[in-house]
Design a protein around this ligand. Sequence first.
Ligand code: DGL
Length: 285
Amino acid sequence: MTNKQPIGFIDSGVGGLTVVKEAIKQLPNENIIYLGDTARCPYGPRPAKQVIEYTWEMTRFLLRKNIKMLVIACNTATAVALDEIKKQLVIPVVGVILPGTRAAVKSTKNLQIGVIGTAGTVKSGSYKQAIITKVPEAAVTSLACPKFVPIVESNQFQSSVAKKIVAETLLPLKNKKIDTLILGCTHYPLLRPIIQNVMGQNVKLIDSGAETIGEVSMLLDYFDIANTDTLSKADYSFYTTGSTVMFDGIAKEWLAALPVYSKHIELGGSQSCDTMVEKHITYDQ
Ligand code: DGL
């Protein structure tokens, strides 16, 4: 294994780019390969078994690209597939839930923590369980926000529609006295200014994906696999199962200044984003 091998990132769509953005900033020497399963996004409403199957398909694709580490840059996939994939791969595999949990536990003062994510992530109870395991007295309020991902995937994350939907969806969290809110979906940081505005400046937002890169950095050092070549320019490759035009549009805007020319690939059968939008918002405390 050489240290120049890329780090692989997978997500159900464009959301994992929020994690890549942080990787480019914190780990500028690292070569990166990203795969977004845009054609089958969102994963949130899908049964766990299917999400595990899709996550394996993405993982196998990146293993063929000789990655040295895998980052599951998707909360929904992390919630249901991380343990299994971690057990079976010989390379380090990192998910986004535990890093977000650690940051939230560190940030909260009143132990009232909110978690927003997809229906799949909220249903899995992964964040709640991870938080309570660390701090049993913490009160966790979880809210699924199924309308957020389609807004991001359709590049409308700065629109007035986005503002209206975010305000309506987060209403149940407003009277919960939470001082820390975990953005438990890698798509949500694109809506961050709107979410912050709705929740108020006193609520600290935790970007699980960004926190994950701290863990990636630590593991690169721990396993002595960081790319120490500071002279060559890092190489970034992007793959999508959906439209490259849509993907590149969002990626260019989000990864400011980075030219993105994604390649289209096929993985198994596809079902479009539009037909999978959830109708219900679930809520638990
Ligand atoms: N990026 C996914 C996550 O972090 C959300 C999108 C989806 O539902 O597929 O959970």
